[in-house]
Ligand binder design. Structure first.
Ligand code: XIL
Length: 302
């Protein structure tokens, strides 16, 4: 196959990119997205702040633009993200009572999942809930832990399943790529516990914002898959350039291909010029939409 999406499709996988609605007027951007990718994640447009800027009133337009385009091209769409401590609207704050926050969260999940029902492949129900340091299993402090306690993750997944029984429900995080890291162990234990108790969870998203992927990355994907969940690489980008960057991309792609439950890869942007990692060149196409060595490495590994 001669494109990333077609190559990934040969093994039943998808290869997606994060896309921003603000760039859809740029023809090279859309042409590259359409030609190379058969998956998409809205880079910001489905986050709580952008999509529900005031309580109960939804700004669907920018996310709909991305979704409608993707649906017309038959792409797999990842919904990102329902419950996250960042990019929240101002009205979700510490002044809310627990009951009020709970009902706001449930309503948000119901409305957003309902709006996109039938169009989304997998939802990042909860994003980045685990802490970076500290004991295995420690959560990051947020309005959710403070008001609802650590059970907010389970509550969100149960609400999501009730809102849409047919879509895959994922937990998504960064720095859970090393099989043995404390943060990884914490997420692993949560997924195992959810599976044991019947809390709905279908997939784990490894964001994979890399300098260098850990040497046990494939083993890590396999250990999550062995719990009975799919794994997706959800926000891949790799700092640097040239052959070192290409090698890292190759290893990541090979790791996913080696695990049957690794169902797809999404890179966090189409072109270096719009990467969120400003000053870096972490993507597969340069600022002029030329294929980089990393592109060839991925294509050959798919
Ligand atoms: C980033 C976007 O790329 C930026 O445009 C935005 O300013 C901040 O968020 N983890 C995530 C993504 O789950 O949603 C983040 O996206 C990058 C880190």
């Amino acid at each position: 196959a001669s494109t990333l999406g077609a190559a990934a499709a040969q093994s039943g996988r998808y290869f997606g990119a994060a896309v921003a609605a603000g760039h859809l007027g740029e023809s090279a951007y859309v042409t590259t997205w359409d030609r190379e990718f058969n998956g998409v994640t809205a880079e910001n447009e489905m986050k709580w702040g952008p999509i529900e800027p005031s309580r109960g009133s939804f700004n669907w337009g920018p996310a709909d633009q991305i979704v409608n385009h993707a649906v017309s091209k038959g792409m797999k769409i990842r919904g990102h993200t329902l419950v996250w401590h960042a990019q929240l609207p101002g009205w979700v704050n510490g002044n809310m009572s627990a009951a009020d926050l709970r009902s706001a969260m449930t309503n948000h999940i119901n409305q957003v999942m309902g709006h996109y029902k039938g169009k989304i492949y997998a939802w990042d129900v909860v994003n980045e809930a685990f802490a970076d340091g500290g004991a295995v299993g420690s959560l990051r402090s947020s309005v959710f832990t403070q008001k609802l306690g650590n059970g907010f993750i389970e509550e969100a997944f149960r609400a999501a399943r009730a809102a849409d029984p047919d879509v895959k429900l994922c937990y998504n995080d960064y720095n859970i790529d090393d099989a043995n890291a404390a943060k990884t162990r914490g997420v692993y234990n949560m997924v195992r516990d959810f599976k044991a108790r019947g809390v709905p969870i279908d997939c784990v998203g490894l964001q994979s914002h890399f300098g260098n992927p850990p040497s046990n990355y494939q083993q890590n994907i396999a250990q999550f898959a062995a719990l009975g969940v799919d794994v997706q690489i959800t926000e891949l980008d790799v700092g640097g350039s040239g052959s070192a960057q290409a090698d890292a991309y190759r290893r990541v792609t090979q790791a996913c291909m080696a695990v049957s439950r690794c169902t797809g890869i999404t890179v966090w942007g189409v072109t270096d010029k719009y990467s969120w990692r400003s000053g870096d060149t972490p993507l597969l196409f340069d600022g002029n939409y030329n294929k980089k060595p990393a592109y060839d490495a991925v294509l050959n590994a798919l």
